[in-house]
Design a binder for this molecule. Structure first.
Ligand code: NAG
Ligand code: NAG
Ligand code: NAG
Ligand code: ZN
Length: 461
């Protein structure tokens, strides 16, 4: 894990402010000890309270997703509000690792459930179940959605939840029925980000018992601009500034309601973004000398090649035929005679690298091709050339990483943690809210390294 901090123009300013925070901490500590000292003589013991009176007496989590916010975007422009959350909160120093495939629906659902896509069932944004032949295309039928997302865990255990456009939150499951006024859906790109933020902020004007304990907010501008123009375009820089402005709106709105220091604000993203403007393309028809692959065997070309061959009825052992097909394809791709062939490797799903956790679901097609970073796969040269930003590639690529910043009572101030996979977030949020987590793929030990124990005063590190 690289420990060096990426270049940042205000680095020296950061160190200075960190120094002064240390000084403030010392003063606070002295005051706290003094107060506590005089307090201990009284008949009851009370923890010293921060000077700003605590308005919320229950833990509240505001989980904000900025879709496609690639790690490093925060250095594109001035981001004073994101910087404030970072310097006074806990940050994954080299970003948040998405799950494979690094697509929006699989990742939002992994964040919400703590499960890898093979176990929560949303294995791509759009796919055909190889067994039943049914198409999933962001459907709301609960049969597709196998995990238990945070809002269901919260409501099942007597807490309140609210969501605004979080992918999958409009699926009715268990005791969650996407309640009107607390679950904005369906997704509508035209709803301004300000309206989304203000809807969430307004919940804090409710009587405390009515304030949702868990809130999920979805912002899309970084993903939209990244897809259209690629991650290096100035319009993506503008989108980053917009997200920072929205974080400013969140901070200001919470401060106005005197709850900023009480609320756990988590800012993260589902995946990164990479340009495909180099136009490196692999054409399936170029493999024809080794093996002819009809277009209707292919469910998705790139960033993930998804294949479900339709062998004829006379084929007795399709599994064997699939293995032969994979071998032939890889022979062709590594022959040096297929243009860009070295950037595609094809697997039976059972043989995919273990770290991808992408085999144990009948919904995953039997053959998966891992496509090189930023490459395209097409059937033939007649397909139009495109140039844009994309994601979905191997989660090992740094360009697919997003951000994680946690701010609030259970997050240490100025703390950096190594990168971690987003399946860990479910347990962390459950822990903050005092919820019993459903079975998931996160580690219960991880929350201890990310979060302060209950009641411990956040300290500057
Ligand atoms: C989406 O939101 C815009 C802006 O509020 C609104 O004009 C439009 O009718 C909405 N579309 C749908 C389908 O609800
Ligand atoms: C190229 O592939 C597309 C499917 O991706 C197909 O519709 C088209 O007919 C193919 N063209 C040729 C010349 O094979
Ligand atoms: C992920 O969690 C599910 C549910 O507990 C479990 O069935 C599965 O074995 C886990 N997978 C991994 C790779 O940990
Ligand atoms: Zn996304």
């Amino acid at each position: 894990m690289a420990k060096s901090k990426p270049g940042r123009s205000g680095f020296s300013g950061y160190t200075l402010s960190k120094l002064s925070l240390n000084v403030i901490f010392l003063i606070v500590l002295v005051v706290a000890i003094t107060v506590h000292g005089s307090d201990s003589s009284s008949s009851y013991t009370r923890r010293p309270q921060p000077s700003n009176s605590k308005k919320l007496t229950k833990p509240v989590v505001l989980l904000i997703s900025s879709d496609g916010f690639r790690f490093g975007y925060q250095f594109k422009t001035e981001t004073p509000n994101i910087d404030l959350l970072i310097s006074r909160g806990t940050e994954a120093q080299t970003g948040l690792i998405p799950v494979f495939p690094t697509m929006t629906f699989p990742n939002h659902n992994s964040i919400a459930t703590g499960l890898y896509p093979a176990y929560h069932g949303i294995i791509m944004n759009k796919f055909t179940d190889p067994v039943t032949g049914e198409l999933f295309n962001r459907n709301l039928d609960p049969k597709w959605w196998l995990g238990e997302p945070l809002w269901v865990t919260a409501v099942n255990q007597g807490l309140k939840a609210a969501t605004f456009f979080w992918p999958g939150a409009d699926v009715h499951k268990g005791s969650w029925n996407c309640p009107k006024g607390f679950c904005k859906a369906p997704y509508n790109v035209s709803i301004p980000l300000e309206e989304r933020v203000d809807t969430i902020l307004n919940y804090f004007d409710l009587p405390q018992s009515e304030i949702p304990d868990f809130m999920g907010l979805y912002l899309d501008v970084t993903d939209i601009q990244g897809h259209k123009y690629g991650p290096d375009d100035p319009r993506v820089t503008q989108a980053v500034a917009k997200i920072d402005e929205m974080m400013g709106r969140v901070i200001k709105g919470l401060k106005k309601r005197k709850v900023f220091s009480d609320v756990h604000v988590i800012l993260l993203g589902d995946h990164g973004m990479v340009t495909n403007c180099d136009k490196k393309v692999i054409y399936i028809d170029d493999l024809a000398d080794w093996i002819k692959i009809p277009a209707d065997w292919i469910q998705g070309y790139s960033p993930v090649l998804a294949m479900n061959p339709r062998w004829g009825k006379d084929v007795k052992n399709p599994a064997e035929k699939n293995a032969e097909l994979v071998a032939k394809m890889n022979e062709a791709l590594s022959s040096g005679k297929v243009e860009n062939g070295e950037f595609l490797q094809v697997y039976l799903k059972e043989k995919l690298p273990e770290r991808l956790h992408y085999s144990e679901s009948s919904r995953i097609p039997p053959i998966i091709g891992m496509v090189g970073e930023g490459l395209l796969v097409r059937q033939n040269r007649t397909n139009a050339q495109e140039c844009y930003g994309d994601h979905g590639y191997d989660n090992m690529f740094f360009s697919m990483r997003s951000i994680f910043i946690g701010h609030g009572p259970r997050f240490r101030k100025g703390k950096k943690v190594p990168s971690f996979e987003n399946v860990q977030i479910y347990n962390a949020v459950a822990e903050i809210l005092g919820l019993q987590p459903a079975p998931n793929n996160g580690s219960s030990l991880f929350t201890r390294s990310l979060l302060l124990p209950i009641g411990e005063t956040a300290q500057v590190e």
